[in-house]
Design a protein around this ligand. Sequence first.
Ligand code: NDP
Length: 435
Amino acid sequence: TARNGHEPEFIQAVQEVAETVIPYIAKQEIYNGKNILLRMVEPERLISFRVAWVDDDGEIHVNRGYRIQMNSAIGPYKGGLRFHPTVNASILKFLAFEQVFKNSLTTLPMGGGKGGSDFDPKGKSDDEVMRFCHAFMLELNRHIGPNTDVPAGDIGVGAREIGFLFGMYKKIRNEFTGVLTGKGLSWGGSKIRPEATGYGTVYFAESMLKTKNETFDGKTVVISGSGNVAQYAAEKAILLGARVVTLSDSSGYIYDKDGLNDEKLAFVMDLKNNRRGRISEYVDKYASAEFHEGKTPWNVKCDIALPCATQNELNKEDAKNLLKNGCMCVAEGANMPCNADAVHEFNNAKILFAPGKASNAGGVATSGLEMSQNSLRISWTREEVDERLKDIMKDIHDSCIEYGKEEDGFCNYVKGANIAGFVKVADAMLAQGVI
Ligand code: NDP
């Protein structure tokens, strides 16, 4: 805390891991006196740089770019880039720290990293976004590479941004390599990568429900966000027979009493991905829906909640509301959307609760599959990638059970994910010595 006291999100993420991992370490002789966790919380490298770019009116802007290379014990750094005005070192360090555990859980050889900028793509023209992405890569390119660090998308960085970033990397380095994931299908991308985080979150929740002999069929599902993760979580939940009744963005949430269907979801995807509009426009099109300005959807009655927008979007009061309304399963699609108090509420009530580092790991896992396909210069079918994704999500679920099951049979997935993720990285660090 002394060294990182000004970084609240990072401290929050580390505390959550420390709560479960420190008691485990204390019982394992091999980790005694090795200060592994102390070494894990210090990034191997933190790069901060100026990004200067020119807008459509000829005015010059300056943003701050970052790449946090957190841990490379088990593979090249891997993790997304976030473009959002709230981006700072604390948020990126929390995300990079989480990423180390998440990537370890996928069973693929990937270290952890994260990066981004306080640039806000909202309201910018395509040309302005392109100029920013090119300026960002002009510096970032010297720190990354297919065997060093492989960034991907995150909030504010989707297919359009990855295209511009990849184009500039290729031009500067004069090489066509798998240096970014989330690429377009015709230039090295993997099938199912856009869907992977949302689908994976639902696959994980399916495994959790199975432990209670339950399924998605006929359940009411509340989802926050309306970006990449939320859209595909909704798609898969609907396919499995659930009634998805909410979506949101930073201006509020929509409640559709009839539930979304394929046609309504296609409208949302076009609205958000092509027209870059606001979720409130949904109610102009569908009379069965109402818009709640400035609110989050956690007071809506549901069986399953999938927070898929951003960190700390669900607090203690929200958790109490969900529990009061009979919610039995919460799986995080976003990173750390539930704050520490909310997580404690869910675990004290012993409902099914999955932390993002386990339930949203499908995205980075499929990025790992994209890296493999790039190295092999082959392209797997949609079905092949989806099968691998399902297997990985099931393996992550099983690891959480192995390390998280308590004496009364309750599975603490937070504990399970933290310890399972920790062990693999810690063992690699031990083997590699003090570096
Ligand atoms: P997108 O940019 O596609 O969508 C983000 C969504 O969250 C939008 O609906 C956005 O609303 C909303 N949102 C963003 N910031 C805020 C805020 N401060 N308050 C309220 N709403 C907000 O991002 P993704 O869907 O890719 O990412 C969502 C979450 O999932 C993030 O936590 C990300 O780290 C995590 N994640 C993403 C992965 C991926 O593969 N994409 C992988 C693993 C985790 P608005 O449009 O109004 O900004």
